[in-house]
Design a protein around this ligand. Structure first.
Ligand code: FES
Length: 115
């Protein structure tokens, strides 16, 4: 059986083989997830939020140790979490992009105040 991963906020879905990591699925969908360690569960930068009910393979001991409890909040390392069926993932905004969007929103509010 194949898996299917839907990524938010883009809403893009991609079919993948079971066992594919969420990081690989995102790359195949042309959706960037920041990494520094190349998928070795060392940098902690590839965190994503997985919606409840998503079908992932059981979490590995290495990932569980790295997350130290965050997995209970549905946070997973995309380089370690492997697809088992249908999965819905929220990719956090890149911090730089989030800062730019906040600044643009502030400027838009200031411009509205001028009218
Ligand atoms: S890519 Fe570094 S922890 Fe996942």
């Amino acid at each position: 059986m194949d898996g299917e991963v839907t990524f938010w906020p883009s809403g893009k879905s991609i079919k993948v083989k079971q066992g594919t990591t969420l990081l690989d699925a995102a790359r195949r969908a042309n959706l960037p997830i920041r990494t520094r360690c190349g998928g070795k569960a060392a940098c902690f930068m590839c965190k994503v939020s997985v919606r409840p009910g998503s079908e992932l393979q059981p979490i590995g001991e290495n990932e569980r140790r790295k997350l130290s409890g965050l997995e209970g909040d549905h946070i997973r390392l995309s380089c370690q979490a492997r697809v088992a069926g249908k999965v819905i993932v929220d990719i956090p905004l890149d911090p730089l992009r989030a800062a730019v969007e906040r600044q643009l929103a502030r400027q838009a509010e200031e411009n509205d105040d001028l009218w």
